[in-house]
Ligand binder design. Structure first.
Ligand code: 13P
Ligand code: SF4
Length: 378
């Protein structure tokens, strides 16, 4: 699903010893040459030097919209992680867009192919298909809507598209689950158990109706047939290693040391932290919440470190803390740096593109079905 030419004109190694100033000026040269044909998209968890290069910055939902709406560009350099670049490829090259551009594709580049997502890796397509088959032994799968978090491989999105399901992001998970229940009486939610649980509990679904499917269990994901029959939402046993570090003790500590502090968390946080929080939301919502708060507001924020540090710098009128004594950032997002960005852009300009994300036609077709539903629901 990904293609890389074997003989790039430029090797990566020399770029690693260049200064940031040199890399910035070389990236600017590529920009000058390409103009509006190049679009650099960046997720809010990227490091500051990379954020400074982004034409558009967003959370997962906003970035999907930006890729879907892109018109002039012929190349998207995606400063984020692999599943985001796959999504951009599918949306930017969907049939109506290809028709608009007389068949010309947008090339999507992920500057470092090692920028994956450990949560997305917790659900492989063969595990999902196996779970679906096993569920079919005890339940009517025609009555289950599969919902995949966007943090998943394109093959899972295609599975969901084929089976009447929907993709969601952290900003529209509730609307997506409502969409799913309007059609069938049960939901299977993967790969993030926390987003699924936090969202479904907010909709009044109780824990006894949310069994967790462990793909490594011998049978029925470690559940009894009765537990599955009683279920409303079957949760996949996956999580984000970054958001998993926040603990209730951290909330207690901040409340004790900073009276009046507000706890603001991402819904990928575990339930026991989420339920102690004052406010929650996707990355975009977290930013908007801090922006809208009056001066002097104190926050302890449970999400990726680079974003929290940026909020701290951008809002000196407020007091912003990272909700953990342990430094924890998204190591895979962090793989994208100026050296990889410059290297991939210069190779693209030289006609020897590297790290192109090219989702195969069949997978893209079915993923698109589920992604278009996601974009309609918010
Ligand atoms: P959002 O961008 O939807 O907030 O998701 C956060 C995340 O973990 C991205 O991988
Ligand atoms: Fe994946 Fe978590 Fe990193 Fe997001 S923050 S890319 S979910 S590992």
């Amino acid at each position: 699903m990904t293609a890389t030419l074997d003989t790039p004109k430029f090797e990566l190694k020399p770029y690693k010893s260049l200064s940031n100033e040199e890399l910035q000026s070389r990236i600017q040269k590529v920009r000058d040459e390409m103009g509006s044909k190049l679009l650099i998209l960046g997720h809010h968890y990227q490091q500051d030097e990379v954020v400074a290069q982004a034409d558009l910055l967003g959370d997962s939902y906003q970035l999907s919209q930006m890729a879907a709406n892109s018109s002039d560009c012929r190349v998207i350099a995606f400063c984020g992680v692999h599943f985001m670049a796959e999504t951009a490829d599918i949306l930017a090259n969907r049939p109506e867009k290809l028709e608009e551009r007389a068949g010309q594709r947008v090339q999507v580049i992920l500057p470092d192919m090692a920028a994956g997502c450990s949560m997305a890796d917790m659900a492989a397509i063969d595990q999902i298909e196996d779970a679906w088959d096993q569920l079919g032994e005890v339940l009517d799968t025609e009555d289950i809507t599969p919902v995949t978090y966007i943090n998943s491989a394109a093959s899972l999105k295609a599975f969901v598209g084929r089976h009447g399901g929907i993709v969601c992001t952290s900003s529209n998970a509730q609307a997506a689950i409502e969409w799913a229940f309007a059609r069938r009486s049960r939901v299977m939610f993967f790969p993030d158990q926390h987003l699924g649980r936090n969202t479904a509990m907010g909709m009044g679904i109780t824990l006894d109706k949310m069994p967790v499917w462990d793909p490594f269990a011998e049978e029925l994901g470690g559940n009894t047939a009765e537990a599955l029959e009683q279920s409303k939402v079957i949760l996949w046993k996956g999580h984000c290693s970054v958001h998993q570090v926040f603990r209730p003790e951290h909330v207690d500590l901040f409340r004790k040391q900073h009276p009046g502090i507000k706890i603001l968390v991402h819904p990928e946080c575990p339930r026991e932290v989420f339920e102690l929080a004052d406010e929650y939301g996707s990355t975009g919502k977290i930013i908007r919440t801090v922006e809208a708060a009056p001066p002097g507001t104190k926050w302890a924020i449970g999400t990726e470190l680079h974003l929290v540090n940026r909020l701290k710098q951008e809002h000196p009128e407020q007091e912003v803390h990272f909700l953990s004594p342990v430094v924890c950032m998204c190591a895979t997002m962090y793989r994208i740096d100026l050296a990889h960005l410059c290297w991939s852009l210069e190779n693209m300009l030289a006609g020897t593109p590297v790290n192109i994300i090219d989702v195969d036609e069949e997978t893209a077709r079915w993923s698109l079905v589920a992604l278009e539903r996601m974009l309609e629901v918010n």
